[in-house]
Design a protein around this ligand. Structure first.
Ligand code: MN
Length: 288
């Protein structure tokens, strides 16, 4: 039995994160990210937005994270990042930054100097993915996944999938992950369909980046809509009349309590208070 579509949700109004990221909060750890979409906690989507040339980099200054990983996907434009674990770099179209905050990190996220100087279109997404209790306090880590390092597979029906994380067939995704999960950038040509492989019991959702998609039950997912499938059943088929592009996310749920506050996501209130104390005391590091 295939998975069935259980929820279609349009994206809420846009808001700004710092002065650099005009995002729609597709979901967060207090709503769908609390349990339904586990291991995924949060998803901010910035549709293509044109920035004028400037002299001051736009973005978000130094702030901490603990207890999860941040995953930044760039479709267009260029970002620069620096963190207290020594991770950092510049990511452009097709690149993905996978930052494991784990025990604690402070970082900054800005448009790149070059992009700031020239101006241009920024199109990106940032997702937060949970860590299991056993890995929330391990040392931080950083994976810069360049476009060329992300495997692309051609699927029956005509679609192509870029495997940021999670295996299709015998091709593993680019990222090392704490728990088994899916993050695929899937492009469908006009009049095609794709069967997304996801195990019985796993989370599976699709977000429409471009065009319109149709679920097997005939319902339409419009642009910037999130479609969530049932945990029960295996795999789900999606089709497109005109060309479309999907961000597919899923994975094995982490069956542990989610308690989030601002930039920290732990398993209890006590651990959140401890995170604030550790940050205030400088125990999440400093930016050089
Ligand atoms: Mn951040």
């Amino acid at each position: 039995m295939p998975k069935s579509l259980v929820l279609i949700q349009p994206s809420p109004e846009r808001h700004w994160v710092g002065d650099g990221f005009p995002v729609r909060n597709v979901f967060g750890y207090n709503d769908l990210g609390k349990e339904l979409l586990s291991p995924w906690l949060m998803f901010d989507y910035a549709a293509p937005y044109s920035f004028h040339a400037a002299t001051q980099r736009r973005g978000v200054g130094v702030h901490p994270h603990r207890g999860f990983e941040t995953v930044t996907v760039v479709y267009e434009g260029e970002l620069e990042h620096r963190d207290s674990g020594g991770g950092g770099g510049r990511i452009g179209p097709g690149d993905v930054q996978w930052m494991t905050a784990a025990n604690g990190i402070v970082h900054e996220e800005f448009h790149s100097s070059e992009f700031t100087r020239t101006g241009g279109v920024l199109h990106m997404a940032q997702l937060w993915v949970n860590l299991p209790r056993s890995q929330k306090r391990i040392p931080p880590a950083y994976q810069g996944l360049l476009d060329g390092e992300i495997p692309t597979v051609a699927l029956p029906g005509g679609a192509t999938a870029r495997l940021i994380a999670g295996t299709i067939g015998d091709t593993p995704g680019a990222a090392r992950t704490a728990t088994p999960m899916i993050l695929w950038d899937v492009t469908l040509p006009a009049g095609s369909n794709v069967t997304l492989p996801a195990a019985d019991g796993w989370t599976l959702a699709v977000f429409v980046i471009d065009g319109e998609a149709r679920a097997a039950d005939g319902r339409t997912l419009g642009r910037e809509h999130l479609g969530v499938f049932s945990r029960e059943g295996a795999d789900a088929t999606v089709s497109c009349d005109a060309a479309c592009r999907l961000l597919v996310l899923g994975g094995e749920p982490i069956a542990e309590p989610v308690v989030g506050y601002g930039p920290f996501v732990m398993n209890s209130r006590e651990e959140i208070l401890e995170a604030f104390q550790d940050y205030e005391a400088g125990r999440m590091g400093q930016l050089a």
